[in-house]
Ligand binder design. Sequence first.
Ligand SMILES: NC(=O)c1ccc[n+]([C@@H]2O[C@H](COP(=O)([O-])OP(=O)(O)OC[C@H]3O[C@@H](n4cnc5c(N)ncnc54)[C@H](O)[C@@H]3O)[C@@H](O)[C@H]2O)c1
Length: 402
Amino acid sequence: MKKKIAILGYGLRGCIYAGYTLKYPQEFEVTAIIDSNPDRLNLARALFDCPVYEDYKAFLKDHIAADIVAICTQDAQHREHAEECMKAGYDLLLEKPIAATYEDCLKISAAAEKYKRRVIVCHVLRYTPFYKKIKEIIDSGKIGNIITLCATENVGYYHQAHSFVRGPWRNSEQSSPMILAKCCHDLDIIRWLIGEKCKEISSFGALSFFTPENAPENAAAYCSDCKVSNCVYNAQKIYEQHEWMANYFMSGEKTPQRIARYLRHTQYDKCVFKTDNNVVDHQVTIMKFDKDKTAMHQMTAFSKEIYRDIKIHGTKAELFGLMEENYLEIRPFAGDVEKITLNPQIEYGNHGGGDAGLMHDLYRALNGEATEGISFLDVSLDSHKMAFFAERSRLQDKTLEM
Ligand SMILES: NC(=O)c1ccc[n+]([C@@H]2O[C@H](COP(=O)([O-])OP(=O)(O)OC[C@H]3O[C@@H](n4cnc5c(N)ncnc54)[C@H](O)[C@@H]3O)[C@@H](O)[C@H]2O)c1
């Protein structure tokens, strides 16, 4: 049966979930869109025939019918928006991270219990054909028992510059630490694949490069005023090459002239060495799980492209994977290497099919069907705890028991 969804926060993520309903109208219809930015609401009006609100409290007053409210505002707003919507009787599709602090995550969990609401956290990677296949291989017993796992998240130098040096997640006091904002997906995947509870965690990392000491001589405060040639972090060049990121400061056509006009002297035009960023540009986290299983996760800004790789070492075989290429290798100790190239038909959204996979599973879950990957709040809370403890470990320079 078709389900009703309201979208709170019609930014990049909210647009993806709302857009899914246009592609798959047999599954969902949007019954309300809420965003404090009137320009965003004008974009919503052009596509959806539903009430729109600048203030979520006005939405709550109107008692609009919705099987689920998607909370797609910024990390630090999640607690208030989640609590108030649950209090009003709505179940939630909650963007990750659950909240910007562990205390707020626990408050959301307590509210879910108090108001008896279901909360599904958007761990989109779980729904990708790539990680689903890895889980299937592990569950088949082909690689034996997992002993250790090693995963790398290559953020991409330009993506780091956009999101974590200039953009919304650049400063942990205003948003959340990198290990939460960027890596809570990965810690969730590691926890899910290993299938045991994390017992101890240790993490190291720093902001080493995107700091004033590393600014080229004569670098200006804004790229649009800067005379330094061949800087790979030149904002105009980055946004011309990666138009999707330009949506954070403009809408409509992304011609070089329009980008230059909307970019000039904004936060996104700032020199990457001269802004108020404080989140790390590299971080490594090591984990000990029950049954002495171990895992290592590395996040680095310093990669040419955005991609994830993973190696899982089992008692019978090694499993290697490159997410962006949808490529896997099973390397059994007895027998030949099995190469698997997945060819998923990704018809909508980002994250290697994860966005569409999440929405489809959500639709099934709301219709009472069993869905294996769907991550309810209790499970996500566990992997979020890993991220918060990793950050604490990094700051305190010691291993922590969970
Ligand atoms: N699941 C994922 O893989 C994934 C990826 C990127 C971001 N995220 C998370 O999704 C959330 C949204 O990120 P985004 O990239 O879409 O950000 P965004 O800035 O594009 O969108 C946030 C929207 O919320 C609106 N807003 C702000 N305050 C509001 C208020 N009080 N009431 C109503 N609307 C308000 C803003 O105007 C904006 O349109 C964040 O928590 C982020 O960490 C998740």
